[in-house]
Design a protein around this ligand. Sequence first.
Ligand code: ADP
Ligand code: MG
Length: 314
Amino acid sequence: MYMGTIITVKAYGKNADKAADKVFKRISELEEILTVNDTGSEIDDLNDMAGIVEVKLSSDSLYVLNKAKEYAELSEGAFDVTIGPLVKAWNIGTDNPRVPLKDEIDELLKLVDFRDLKIDNANHTAYLARRGQMVDLGGIAKGYAGDEAIKVLKENGIESALVNLGGNVVVLGSKPDGNLWTVGIQNPREAAGKYLGTISVRDKAVVSSGDYERYFMKDGVRYHHILDPRTGYPADSGLISTTIIADSAIDADALSTSVFVLGLENGMKLVESLDGVEAVFVTEDKKVYVTEGLKDIFIFYQEDSKDFTYVEER
Ligand code: ADP
Ligand code: MG
């Protein structure tokens, strides 16, 4: 277990085992820097010093925070890593999740604003403007780890690999036999490993966000872990899963969370405006939509996904 998830590395070629070991080392190093659980990570420091003083950060943290701000702006705040206080209040994905009172949510919402995350790249520092503000990198850190994993593999001469960080898949090159890698798109209402369909790619990241990943049920309501920074409640955009296919996993990760919050229409608009980015959207009324560039690549498993309809024309 790293980054709260199961990580697999399939690397091929000479030195593959050694390279894979180095990947795990790099990922645990990143985990120590980027997580928030009072273990004294750099991000914990940033949060502890909110409203007090700026903190010195490694280039890893700085890179991820800069990306986080970039996607906050691009998504007009749908993606916002200052969501930390609310993530903590809901506690989803832990043994004791809860539904906070509306008043508590409204109070904490005042602390959520990515503009209060000040980054000083020249001095390698960052600062949260107000006491109580907290950064949570859960929506982007695994993506960065995926990119770094591929970087380590390349540096060790690997030309063919697949890295899976809890459903965030990054592939290097093609399969050892020269064919494209086939990546399954999880069926959001079936057990892990049951797919709605597949896409075949090389040198790409395929990252999903969904209401099935981490959630709890209370009084028949599903409370999942992707929060809407405008309401403080789990995003209720009409989507149950989003998948982004992009050249880098950090972009795909930030975007999959962003478009999950934005919903089908605005999410589709955002993805279609970006070069080299494709997406699969699954709505709560069980329809599957893909971007233009994916129409020839996405293969829908009609037989296995009877509840779902693939909408090819929009
Ligand atoms: P997963 O971790 O299942 O791959 P995501 O990449 O979509 O899923 O990230 C969800 C995580 O991101 C949450 O668990 C939380 O830590 C954080 N988060 C929740 N809502 C937001 C948001 N609106 N913007 C940025 N991060 C968020
Ligand atoms: Mg994400």
